[in-house]
Design a protein around this ligand. Structure first.
Ligand code: AMP
Length: 212
């Protein structure tokens, strides 16, 4: 089972993917996570990608395509995967086709800009564990009450200016892929303006899996 999760940043793609991978026995591949790991390790690729990421722009196609191809060639991908945040441009989608990666379904998360801005601006990351929390009153998951305040930080690309840019980049460079996958009859739309649990169930059902 090879799935693509398409949708703007903050649509909940990563959280829904996490809820599905165990049931489907496939792996969750987030190019954003792979790039952040490369930045943290200080690799050449990470150094090249960092300024683009901090500004909320896309990293260059050749870097991301190379990184993704290497990842999906690993043995843990043999049952399948969810691509979260890839492809994000037409050349990336073409690279998948050229590599003869057969995608079963593309799940498209539709979500209003206001919901995204609210979700992303409340997002915080634990310096210790890398886990993501949301400090908005309705945010999920909330940080534990005994967590020291300075353990959490806000990613540069979750700051308001970068969020606005990421949304613009999404509309311009990634949204055209919706038409491309609709034409290929692979697209399934989900309403991302809701809680993420019901979305995961809806996707499971559409894939013919039991919802418990
Ligand atoms: P994400 O966590 O998926 O929002 O990704 C964080 C950042 O990593 C994005 O804003 C981009 O700068 C970069 N990135 C992630 N995936 C891609 C991709 N497929 N193509 C280009 N840049 C990407």
């Amino acid at each position: 089972m090879k799935l693509i999760f398409l949708g703007p940043p903050g649509a909940g793609k990563g959280t829904v993917a996490q809820k599905l991978v165990d049931d489907l026995a496939i792996v969750h591949i987030s190019t954003g996570d792979l790039l952040r790991e490369a930045v943290k390790k200080g690799t050449e690729l990470g150094k090249k990608a960092k300024p683009h990421m901090d500004a909320g722009d896309l990293a260059p196609d050749n870097l991301v395509i190379g990184l993704l191809k290497e990842r999906i060639a690993r043995p843990d991908c043999k049952n399948g995967f969810i691509l979260d945040g890839f492809p994000r441009t037409t050349p990336q989608a073409e690279a998948l086709e050229a590599a003869q990666v057969k995608i079963d379904r593309v799940i498209n998360f539709n979500i209003a800009d206001e919901v995204i801005i609210r979700r992303l601006s409340g997002r915080r990351v634990s310096r210790k564990t890398g886990k993501i929390y949301n400090v908005n009153p309705e945010g999920i998951p909330q940080p534990p009450s005994d967590m020291p305040k300075d353990e959490l930080f806000q990613r540069d690309d979750d700051k308001p200016e970068a969020i606005r840019n990421r949304l613009m980049v999404y509309r311009k460079q990634t949204e055209p892929l919706i038409a491309c996958y609709t034409k290929k009859k692979l697209l399934m739309n989900v309403d991302g303006n809701r809680d993420l649990g019901p979305i995961a169930d809806e996707v499971k059902k559409a894939l013919g899996r039991k919802v418990t």
